[in-house]
Structure formats: structure tokens, C-alpha cells
Design a protein around this ligand. Structure first.
Ligand code: FES
Length: 361
């Protein structure tokens, strides 16, 4: 025998006709009620992706568009957009009766998920065996097509060359060679809307910040970031990267998941005028907050200062300064020493854990 259908009154039908899409309370849960071309549609309010509130999105054609990352579901059947029909949210029966809108207490179809290949960044954060790995991130915003001498990148090159001399593997990433989008503020829609991997990285295969995420989370033991000073702050490309790294910090806030462990960050800062301490303060604060550890004296810097700013000879001065080169080498030495100690401590901890497991077996 088929069960009788239970209908729940969710409100005056006229109220729902005033907006193309609204949330409505259906018993304990919320549903997304749409009204278009004289027809109601009701689907679950919970998006298949990471739970965005569908009823707060908008309607495009016959589809409800999620306000968080724009997944689309048919407003009446709950099916995903063409090509993704199997990725669907539950749909509900709906009818208008005596001026009231009635919705079935239970959905008339089930949620369905399309099998997706996990994003490569989602692999476990285990350090692969091998020599120490030192990444340099140059944030100068110079035009890569017409390169000029960059004082910050020059000192970064010196540091990386020195790292190779003591057997470290190195990698240089120039942000000005990567095409990547600005952070679009998913976090300000809702904490859960800012995902790992980054919402943009997951949706846009052309976005090239993946290399930075992969290097920071999976590859590097030491992350050396160089920046020029621009009006008392780090470069615009530095901030463009840092804003996108919010998704790394957000994993700690949301899921207590620390993606950066046993890694060291250090900084190279160069400019014509003052501002070193402000820039260093921001860099130390940010990188500590996403999980990096800082060596003693975690940055080197150069500036001619307010009184002596003389940009016509600044490049010459940095290019030929043995003291600055020595500073860059010392910086990488300090960072590498700290990294070595952290890696050894981690190996010892793993050995003790293995011993403990054997003893209790
Ligand atoms: S698209 Fe809906 S939560 Fe991401």
C-alpha cells in the first residue's frame, strides 16, 4: 500500500509569488522555493557542493544558481545542469490550495552525487623523502616580457644558489609569470564557502596559483618570499597571493586541519624608502598564522631610507653589495638549520610512534 502524502503549509502563496526564489521553512529543514512562468518549484536548500543555501541564490532559465560557487540545479527536478544531471538535490512536490502553498513533507526524489576525481591538492600532506627543499617566491610585479634588475629577486637568487651549494633542492616561482585570479572573497559569503583547495582553483583549471599551493603545502621545507616595498607595503602581487592563501588558514578555523607543518618561512625585503618593519611585520604575522615557523632573525632587508633615497644608484648598490649577498646566504642558512632540526624531530617522533605500535602489537 502506498503511504498517503503528507503536505505541509509553508505560507501564503502570494508571498512566494513576489520573489523568483526564496528559502522556506519545511518542518525542521529549509527548502528553496522558486516561482517562474506561473509555476512553483521546490528543491532542497542544501547545495551538493559544500552546502551553500540554494534559496539565497538566483534563477537562471530553469535553474537555481547556488550563491556560493554557482553550481546549478533544476528548480523543479533538482537535477544538475545539462551534462551533470546525476549530480542532483532532492525535489519536493508543491501545490497551491486556498491561497496557501503546500509542500510535501518528504522529498519526491533523492540526492545524487556524480563521482568526481579528487583534486590533486587534496592528497595527504606527507613529506616525501629526499633532500631539503627550498622554494623561493619572487613577488616583484615587473613586466616579465621586459625584465629589469629586481633587487628583491636578485637577493632571492643569491639565497637559492647558496641553498643548492649545501645540497638542497630549490625551486623559484615568479608570481609575475603566473596567471591567477584575485581572491573573490568567498569567505565573506560564508566561512564554509572558502574551501580547500581554493574555490577558484577547484573550478578554474586555467588558474595557475595551484603551483604556489602545491609548493607551500606539499613540497617545500623552507618558503623564502621576496618583495619590494611599495608605498610602505609589500608588492601588490604579494597581497594577491596572500589573499588567495586564506583557504589554507581557513582549514584550521573550520576543520582544525593544519596543512602547513614543520615548515619554515623567511623573507627578503628591499625598497628605496622606509617601511621595512611594517612589511616584515605583516609577512611574519601572516605566514605564522597559516602554520609556518620562523627562524631567529627571519628577514633581511635593504632600504636607503627617507633622507638618503637615491634611486639612480640603488640598483647598482644592491647588485654589487657583498654585505647584502652575505645577508641572503646567512638568512637561508638560518632557515635551513631550523628546517633540519624540525625534520629530525619529526623523524624521531615517527620512530617513537612506530616503536610504540610494535610494543603494543
Ligand atoms: S556551489 Fe553550492 S556550495 Fe559550492
Amino acid at each position: 500500500m502506498t503511504e498517503p502524502v503528507e503536505w505541509i503549509d509553508v505560507g501564503a502563496a502570494e508571498d512566494f509569488k513576489r520573489a523568483p526564489l526564496r528559502e522556506a521553512q519545511l518542518g525542521e529543514r529549509l527548502v528553496a522555493v522558486s516561482w517562474k512562468d506561473g509555476k512553483f518549484g521546490v528543491v532542497s536548500n542544501v547545495c551538493n557542493h559544500v552546502g551553500g543555501p540554494l534559496g539565497r541564490g538566483h534563477i537562471e532559465g530553469e535553474f537555481v544558481v547556488c550563491p556560493w560557487h554557482q553550481y546549478r540545479f533544476h528548480r523543479c527536478t533538482g537535477e544538475g545542469e545539462p551534462g551533470y544531471e546525476a549530480d542532483k538535490v532532492p525535489a519536493y512536490g508543491v501545490k497551491e490550495q486556498n491561497g496557501r502553498l503546500l509542500v510535501t513533507a518528504k522529498p519526491t526524489s533523492k540526492r545524487g552525487h556524480l563521482a568526481h576525481e579528487p583534486h590533486p591538492l587534496l592528497r595527504p600532506t606527507e613529506r616525501a623523502p629526499g633532500p631539503m627543499r627550498i622554494a623561493g617566491i619572487s613577488t616583484t610585479a615587473m613586466d616579465g616580457k621586459y625584465p629589469r634588475f629586481s633587487t628583491s629577486e636578485h637577493l632571492l637568487d643569491v639565497a637559492l644558489e647558496h641553498a643548492r651549494s649545501f645540497g638542497a633542492e630549490t625551486k623559484l616561482i615568479r608570481l609575475n609569470a603566473l596567471k591567477f585570479r584575485h581572491c573573490e572573497g568567498y569567505y565573506s559569503k560564508a566561512a564554509k564557502a572558502c574551501t580547500w583547495p581554493c574555490s577558484i582553483t577547484s573550478a578554474d583549471p586555467a588558474d595557475e596559483l595551484t603551483e604556489v599551493y602545491d609548493t607551500a603545502v606539499h613540497w617545500a621545507d623552507v618558503f623564502l618570499v621576496s618583495t619590494p616595498i611599495r608605498w610602505g607595503a609589500a608588492s601588490s602581487l604579494y597581497y594577491k597571493m596572500v589573499e588567495r592563501l586564506n583557504c589554507v588558514q581557513n582549514q584550521i578555523t573550520l576543520n582544525n586541519k593544519v596543512l602547513i607543518r614543520n615548515k619554515v618561512a623567511a623573507f627578503i625585503i628591499t625598497g628605496g624608502q622606509d617601511g621595512i618593519q611594517a612589511v616584515a611585520g605583516q609577512m611574519m604575522g601572516f605566514f605564522s598564522e597559516i602554520g609556518f615557523l620562523l627562524p631567529q632573525f627571519p628577514f633581511i632587508a635593504h632600504s636607503l631610507g627617507w633622507e638618503f633615497e637615491e634611486m639612480d644608484r640603488n640598483v647598482e648598490l644592491v647588485a654589487h653589495s657583498e654585505a647584502l649577498k652575505a645577508g641572503a646566504r646567512d638568512l637561508v642558512n638560518r632557515a635551513a638549520e631550523m628546517s633540519k632540526a624540525l625534520l629530525e624531530r619529526e623523524l624521531a617522533r615517527a620512530a617513537i610512534e612506530r616503536g610504540g605500535r610494535k610494543a603494543s602489537a
